[in-house]
Design a binder for this molecule. Structure first.
Ligand code: FUB
Length: 371
């Protein structure tokens, strides 16, 4: 029994030691979080006074060498939504929309597109407004969800806007630099005269064919020509069959869950369509995905990518692989004062299953620094 007691005692000792070690680790963790909060708050104050400048601003000024984590939302001094990452060289550029503080007609009030960049997912540079409604003479409102791509040294920013004569259409901004300034093509690239023409997503396949998908409530696409500013008129605007096999049963106008905000890309020869979706009986959008062996479908529903936990009516996906990590950008109402018209862009790291499927990605606190 003596031996038992000694054994028990040392076991107890080990437990206490573990608890103390845990407490120390937790303390360190909390300390790090606090430090990061302090860091973010202080850098926010620095940024606050400079927020309209187009000059580069280091958003998360490092106050200590230990800073290895960036807390969501990524941008804390303005409301941003509809994240669209683009990796170019050693940098990830993040294009976003911008929810104005002051609403007009109690609706989305969005006048320009913003760009932020990072090399390590922790330190972000604010490039300011890189394209705006003021640059598009034929548009008068709704600077909505964009996506950028590079081809032959030029950068193309596809942007939905409201036309002066009514309806939504897709504009193209062109620049020699990922951070603009972008210059309007001068007329809409896609203009069907209806309200479906929003949320473009662009992808250039390995064979050089570029695709521009878009749409709410229907998913449609065009085959872009190599110049990226015209499309194959013979093929025209193709309407994707909105079936439950492709997009699951849902509560949007087509009877499927597909809503808007498509994000099109390829990984290991499998094509992915990630999108904002409407579940049956749900108020807010969730994120879901479908896959296909071909860039033009047929699509097969894959599952939910993020539940409605963003907490506001819309959500919007943007996916990027960067320096060996996979990221989902999304938006929530998490910034103070957040609402369906005051959203903020966040990021989560995720991994793919071996068969290419993706498990639901929880909304998270932020991501760690990478090299
Ligand atoms: O931000 C305006 C619109 O709300 C976007 O175009 C949609 O994707 C939704 O996020």
């Amino acid at each position: 029994s003596n031996i038992c007691f000694i054994k028990g005692d040392s076991a107890l000792h080990r437990i206490y030691t573990s608890i103390i070690v845990c407490l120390i680790v937790m303390q360190m963790g909390c300390g790090t979080d606090k430090q990061i909060n302090d860091t973010d708050t202080r850098s926010d104050e620095i940024v606050q006074g400079l927020k309209e400048t187009t000059k580069e601003i280091t958003m998360t000024e490092t106050m200590t060498e230990e800073k290895t984590f960036h807390k969501n939302p990524i941008i804390k001094d303005i409301y941003t939504a509809d994240p669209a990452p683009m990796v170019y060289g050693d940098t990830l550029y993040l294009y976003t929309t911008h929810d104005e503080d002051e609403l007009v007609n109690d609706f989305y009030t969005m006048n320009d597109w913003r760009c932020f960049s990072t090399k390590d997912m922790v330190n972000w540079t604010d490039h300011g407004a890189i394209f705006s409604l003021d640059d598009i003479g034929w548009a008068d409102a709704r600077a909505w969800a964009p996506q950028a791509v590079e081809r032959n040294g030029k950068f193309y920013l596809y942007c939905p806007v409201h036309k002066r004569n009514g309806g939504m259409a897709i504009a193209v901004g062109i620049s020699d630099s990922p951070t603009g300034p972008f210059k309007d093509l001068g007329y809409p690239l896609v203009d069907e005269g209806d309200w479906n023409d929003i949320d473009p997503t662009v992808f250039i396949d390995d064979d050089g064919q570029a695709y521009l998908y878009f749409g709410n409530p229907e998913l449609r696409y065009v085959l872009l020509n190599e110049n990226m500013i015209t499309y194959d008129k013979e093929v025209g605007i193709v309407k994707v069959p909105m079936t439950e096999e492709a997009f699951a049963k849902g509560s949007h106008d087509t009877g499927t869950s597909y809503g808007e905000g498509p994000w099109f890309y390829k990984r290991n020869d499998l094509y992915y369509m990630v999108y904002a979706a409407f579940g049956v009986g749900k108020q807010n959008e969730h994120l879901a995905y479908s896959t296909s062996d071909s860039p033009t479908g047929p699509w097969k529903y894959g599952g939910v990518l993020m539940t409605e936990e963003g907490g506001v009516f819309t959500n919007h996906p943007g996916i990027a692989d960067f320096k060996g990590h996979s990221y989902l950008f999304y938006h929530t109402g998490d910034l103070p004062g957040g609402s369906l018209f005051h959203r903020s862009v966040c990021v989560a790291e995720f991994t793919y299953n071996e068969d290419g499927t993706i498990n639901p990605i929880p909304k998270c606190d932020g991501v760690e620094k990478i090299n």
